[in-house]
Design a protein around this ligand. Structure first.
Ligand SMILES: Nc1ncnc2c1ncn2[C@@H]1O[C@H](COP(=O)(O)OP(=O)(O)OP(=O)(O)O)[C@@H](O)[C@H]1O
Length: 262
């Protein structure tokens, strides 16, 4: 049973150093972050500031060198079905049908049941992909494949979705459509999401909060709350809301300052 009062994910005084035989890189220093149930936040910042490293910590793929990463108040000890990961590339298996790709996570965690195929059909329908279950990835467009990847991520019913630039390989129109779909789906299912993006307008349009990271070592520089009117609009319309441009320029200034100080 999820306690909705406890943050979904929390980082407390986290450092992360990558150590090899020849060198050590302090990728993150003194990270403190708390993300509440149902929140969608974006991480933005210069290349190398540790965005992907942060997601890897939350996914349990790496462990902090110092500090704690807590999922629902408990230390993350490794990958768990409670956390879903969606990447820039869809990584669909070309030899598996669309429905079998959607069911992959359930299969790998031994959770396939008689109802799973029905669940996959429902998810595909929700993604506007009715009738594609028996097709193969090469028969779908890039945007459709990314929707399948989202359905696959949701099939295991994670509480937290880590979204590492999932829209960046798409053409502009498809990207806007998919942003709307992802935000709508996450809000309706009351999922918590963390988006890494290089597109500041996307970050503002999609999120409740935008976290600006600085680099060398990676750390939080500032946190911007997105005003209610922008938050409540779907991303496509959020960009036309009053206050959007002013917030864009404010965060842009912060990003430029962060890059100048490198
Ligand atoms: N496996 C690794 N071994 C050693 N150093 C690493 C490793 N992965 C990342 N780093 C270093 O850690 C720092 C943070 O990298 P990370 O990929 O998390 O940044 P990022 O903000 O996601 O970058 P980008 O926006 O370019 O994707 C960088 O200095 C990078 O070179």
């Amino acid at each position: 049973m999820i306690n909705r009062m406890v943050p979904v994910i929390q980082l407390k005084d986290v450092d992360l150093a990558y150590v090899t035989d020849h060198a050590a890189t302090l990728a993150l220093q003194d990270m403190n972050l708390s993300v509440e149930d149902g929140e969608l936040i974006s991480l933005v910042g210069p290349s190398g500031c540790g965005k992907t490293t942060l997601l890897s910590l939350m996914a349990g793929l790496i462990s902090p060198s110092r500090g704690l990463v807590l999922l629902h108040g408990k230390p993350v000890t490794g990958p768990t079905p409670e956390v879903g990961y969606m990447l820039q590339q869809d990584y669909l298996f070309p030899w598996r049908s669309i429905v079998d790709n959607v069911l992959l996570g359930l299969e790998l965690t031994n959770r396939l049941t008689k109802q799973s195929a029905e669940l996959a059909e429902e998810l595909l329908e929700g993604m506007g992909l009715s009738g594609t279950a028996q097709l193969y990835p090469h028969q779908l467009s890039g945007g459709m494949r990314q929707r399948v990847a989202l359905a696959r991520t949701l099939a295991t019913n994670p509480d937290l979705l880590l979204l590492d630039e999932p829209f960046s390989a798409l053409d502009y129109q498809t990207k806007l459509q998919l942003e709307d779909l992802v935000v709508d789906t996450l809000k309706q299912r009351r999922k918590t999401g963390i988006l890494v993006t290089h597109d500041l307008s996307e970050a503002i349009a999609v999120s409740d909060r935008v976290i600006v990271l600085g680099s060398k070592p990676g750390r939080i520089r500032s946190v911007f709350e997105v005003p209610k009117n922008i938050r409540e609009a779907l991303p496509f319309y959020a960009r036309e809301e009053p206050g959007f441009n002013a917030l864009f320029h404010e965060i842009w200034g912060e990003l430029e300052a962060s890059e100048r100080r490198e």
